[in-house]
Design a binder for this molecule. Structure first.
Ligand SMILES: Cc1cc2nc3c(=O)[nH]c(=O)nc-3n(C[C@H](O)[C@H](O)[C@H](O)COP(=O)(O)OP(=O)(O)OC[C@H]3O[C@@H](n4cnc5c(N)ncnc54)[C@H](O)[C@@H]3O)c2cc1C
Length: 373
């Protein structure tokens, strides 16, 4: 199928900086009061996610004439992550869903969904953890499908998919059981009666992210919902964007950990200066990561192996640095940060998620070791 161009203004004409600024303002004014409820899992902030969509948060990275620029999307996710790691993750889910739909070569799917996902009118996420692990020899594919008239029948279960609700969509992949080696990427419609969303047991963090175990009971997936068939070349196209958008989660979190360390400088600096890791080091690291992220984010379709390795190496460092920054923030805060009401402990719990969400630290290390198959 021919590649489709989304009709939007050229990237240079977009008020990208103002989108990230607006997102930052919404994060400070509207997200900050919700953070505790989101962290506790009593609120899934769908209204806020739609509001962010109105501000353009989910649309800036759609491809135009075969090029795409992820910088504004990453900066927007970072602005949310500075306030709330769970919301930054939901922002990644939504942005990744837009990335899938807007890169699809299925004209009917693009026409029906890309704009609605990009505007936030429709919400959803991505179920690519299992396939991403499969491509690097870590897990078997959990979903199976077979061709029928007008589509496929899909069965199987995914243990965790986030940013979901009864009327949400997510992109994922099944293995064809009627054609050896065939894999197909599609949009799953949570409103389909053959899908069950099962709430997960409480997590360490991320409970307000609309995360469910998803079961497919011989669900019919119409041709209109096929993102890519075969899925292999499509995944190669979208995989750098998938990973780079996660950088926003880390950049926002690290920035707030630096702020936490700065906040206790006046009362505790006289003794905190003996700690091995200081805010100045994380400030330098953050600046370096931001520069590398922005450089890579301008060119997400680069198919050079050296580019891919830079993306993977950056992602690994971002996970490590998130945990290190949150750990340092805890040590700088002392008893203040040990209070449940202090955000330092939340940031630590959120930081571990950056390091374990696919591609997790161990997978990234395997990828860099060259064990791709
Ligand atoms: C809060 C949260 C939200 C997530 N959201 C998404 C999402 O939106 N989309 C998505 O695709 N993935 C999602 N994931 C999955 C995530 O990206 C990783 O795949 C996951 O954290 C494990 O990755 P890993 O590489 O460390 O695998 P490992 O944890 O090393 O291995 C994973 C495998 O272990 C098994 N396993 C895990 N937990 C248990 C258990 N309690 N009992 C028995 N077996 C178990 C399962 O078979 C699973 O496939 C989410 C995970 C969490 C915790």
């Amino acid at each position: 199928m021919a590649s489709l161009a989304v009709s939007r203004p050229a990237i240079d004409d977009l008020p990208s900086a103002s989108i990230a600024d607006q997102v930052a303002a919404i994060a400070r004014k509207e997200l900050a009061p919700l953070v505790l409820e989101i962290d506790e899992g009593t609120t899934y902030p769908d209204v806020l996610l739609k509001r962010l969509g109105d501000a353009g948060a989910w649309g800036s990275h759609q491809p135009i004439n075969g090029t795409a620029d992820l910088r504004c999307a990453i900066q927007s996710i970072a602005a949310l992550g500075e306030v709330c790691g769970a919301t930054a993750f939901m922002a990644w889910c939504q942005s990744t869903l837009v990335w899938y739909a807007s890169n699809s070569s299925n004209p009917k799917l693009v026409a029906k969904f890309a704009g609605k996902f990009a505007s936030g009118e429709m919400l959803g996420g991505t179920g690519l953890s299992n396939p991403m692990k499969n491509f690097f020899g870590i897990e078997k594919l959990k979903l199976k499908g077979r061709k029928v008239e007008g589509g496929y029948i899909v069965r199987g279960a995914l243990p965790w998919v986030s940013n979901l609700g009864a009327d949400h969509f997510f992109g994922t992949i099944f293995e064809r059981e009627d054609e050896g080696g065939g894999i197909v990427m599609f949009l799953a419609d949570c409103a389909n009666p053959a899908i069950t969303l099962q709430p997960c047991k409480p997590f360490l963090a991320m409970d307000g992210t609309g995360t469910y175990a998803v079961q497919f009971r011989d669900m019919f997936v119409s041709d209109e919902l096929i993102l890519a068939e075969p899925a292999g070349p499509f995944v190669k196209k979208i995989r750098a964007g998938f990973i780079l958008l996660q950088a926003g989660m880390a950049l926002g979190l690290i920035k707030d950990c630096i702020q936490i360390m700065d906040e206790v400088e006046a009362p505790l600096g006289h003794v905190n200066r003996y700690l091995p890791q200081q805010p100045v080091q994380f400030r330098e690291l953050h600046a370096e990561f931001e520069k590398e992220t922005m450089a890579l984010a301008r060119d997400p379709y680069n198919s050079d192996d050296s580019y891919w390795r830079r993306v993977v190496a950056l992602r690994l460092r971002l996970g490590d640095a998130s945990v290190a920054a949150a750990h340092a923030a805890m040590l700088h805060c002392g008893a203040r940060g040990y209070l449940k009401s202090h955000r330092a402990q939340r940031r630590l719990r959120e930081a571990y998620f950056v390091a374990i969400v696919t591609p997790a630290t161990k997978q990234l290390r395997k990828m860099l070791a060259g064990d791709e198959h």
